[in-house]
Design a protein around this ligand. Structure first.
Ligand code: G6P
Ligand code: MG
Length: 222
């Protein structure tokens, strides 16, 4: 029996992963670093300050700024990001997600959120999806970002669900690692997610019947 399904937010529920990229690209440009979508794959699922460190390393500028300056830059990125959030509306929930949530709920299975974004509450509110989640792990209380399993384990624990009988859904390499490290069944959305137990190219293809079927095969082999 499946005890819970835990979703990542950015890039799974809605396309805010792209807004994060645009905001980082803008911030990076301001300090003379150019990033592209390929590099951005490494930032998905990574906390704000850790993402900034990766960008500075990429531009070979990791020793050029004080802790205060880095905090200022991270805040500036967040200001850029939040401007994009102003335009976020319920119609920006990615295709296939409302139906998937409905199908999971119809079976009485609990739904959780595992996002390390401190903006997760704002995003869910803008999408009018707050009520869909039985428990959202609080990013402010998480000490280790993905790929550490802490956020997925926290979500399972908040739902009183056994991670070994639960499913995580992610679009990030670090996120899939986090799900696997927690012992859950990992569903990936997108490319370069070979470590996932099941991969779909787009959210549109996230069919609940298929996910359940693959979960049953997986659990019978465990
Ligand atoms: C998610 C996103 C990352 C983002 C992180 C922190 O994991 O995938 O791209 O850096 O959240 O988000 P925040 O909104 O707190 O800066
Ligand atoms: Mg994501």
């Amino acid at each position: 029996m499946i005890e819970a399904v835990v979703f990542d937010l950015d890039g799974v529920i809605t396309d805010t992963a792209h807004y994060h990229f645009l905001a980082w690209k803008q911030l990076a440009n301001e300090i003379g670093i150019t990033i592209d979508e390929t590099f951005n794959e490494m930032l998905k699922g990574i906390s704000r300050l850790d993402s900034l460190e990766l960008i500075l390393q990429y531009g070979n500028r990791q020793h050029d700024f004080s802790t205060e300056e880095k905090e200022e830059m991270a805040n500036k990125k967040n200001d850029h990001y939040r401007l994009y959030l102003n335009d976020l509306k319920p119609e920006h929930v990615l295709p296939g997600i409302p139906e998937l949530i409905r199908n999971i709920k119809a079976e009485g299975i609990q739904i959780g959120l595992a996002s390390v974004s401190k903006n997760a509450g704002t995003v869910l509110k803008a999408l009018e999806l707050e009520a869909a989640f039985d428990f959202c792990a609080d990013a402010a209380k998480i000490s280790k970002s993905k790929p550490d399993p802490e956020i997925f384990l926290t979500a399972c624990s908040g739902l009183s669900a056994d991670p070994l009988r639960s499913i995580g859904i992610e679009d990030a390499v670090a996120g899939i690692e986090s799900i696997k490290a927690s012992g859950m069944f990992a569903v990936g959305v997108g490319h370069t997610l070979q470590e996932a137990d099941l991969v779909f190219e787009t959210t549109n293809q996230l069919q609940w019947v298929n996910i359940k079927e693959e979960f049953d095969h997986w659990i019978s082999r465990c």
